[in-house]
Design a protein around this ligand. Sequence first.
Ligand code: NAD
Length: 370
Amino acid sequence: MELGRREMIAGAAALAATSGSGLAQPSGRKMGYAIVGLGTYGLGVITPQFANCTMSRLAAVVSGDPEKAKRVAAEHGLPDRSVYSYANFDSIRDNPDVDIVYVCLPNSMHAEYVIRAAKAGKHVMCEKPMAVSVRECEAMIAACKAAGRKLMIGYRCHFEATNLKAIRLVRSGAIGKPHYFRSEHGFVQRDPSVWRLKRALSGGGSLMDIGIYALNAARYITGEEPIAVTAQESTDRSDPRFHEVEDQIAFTLEFPSGVIGSCHSMYSSNQNHILMVGDQGRVEMEPATRYSGNHMWTGRDGRERELIPPPGPGQTQFSAQLDHLPQCIASGREPIVSGEEGLRDMRLIEAIYRSARERQRISLAPARRG
Ligand code: NAD
């Protein structure tokens, strides 16, 4: 029943988000986002997506680079009072144009800025991974609860048409009884100087960055929570890129139904693949979780066909994600990817690292799906 409810919520959110109908606000006013961190993702990927949103708009920018912040603000017609530095960020509480703060900073800075945003009375969107520890995730959830504000994690694949179709196919029995899940996620990390390879900023290596897609997909495709995990790491520590964080980590997730999930995360190969095999068919996506151009093959008894579900008119996974939080704020619902969802992944990430370190299978406490 829990799974049915979850799919219904995901389906409804996706439908509302991708149809662009949403839940119109009585005032017709779009909710204002402040983007914190004008880097590759915050500025390069997210900011242009407001053009595709029906319920959201860019309302402020927060950056350590005043010139860049002013330039971006001018390009988007934002007033000077909507440009913030990290030092005066807390004064965002006095800006009525800002409803939501979107944290697009290096991982170890997520907790601080989510908590400061909640204390400033704003709802919060936070990039993945939610933080660098379970303790931080719990503090972020507590801060948002105490402030009466919503917290959503930027798990964009929950709004991506191909992944949503895969979830529906698996839940509807199209592949029969699910047997095993497999996913490889990686890219070649070439520059040894990037923050992603500094433990103090990233919290970990490929698993925190790209392997989390395999982990999160194992949970949303199966609709189950793992009961045990076993992991092995393989990293060439003499490679200057990997002095502080892991390159490859393979992990096996055991699910209550008997499904085995085999996942592989790496910073040394380009991989983007998801496979779910049942006793009567399979769903396969490659690439599976890219910004665009994801492909799916599905079928029963070896007769497979390519299926490319169209996104909603004028919508992308990013605009659907951005519009979902305003819909939740307006309707009082919890986001389908709330802080609890980020916390679940972080609990698993800690167990995966522990399993690799101690070279043993880690049993997990049963987790309720919400
Ligand atoms: P980036 O390096 O391109 O940008 C990081 C931003 O943080 C920059 O504006 C930088 O100036 C700022 N910053 C502030 N203090 C910093 C410090 N001490 N060191 C380095 N940068 C600092 O990184 P990115 O690729 O934009 O990633 C930002 C976040 O977004 C990460 O949490 C990442 O996991 C996430 N992300 C998510 C997706 C996705 O598809 N959901 C894709 C890429 C990145």
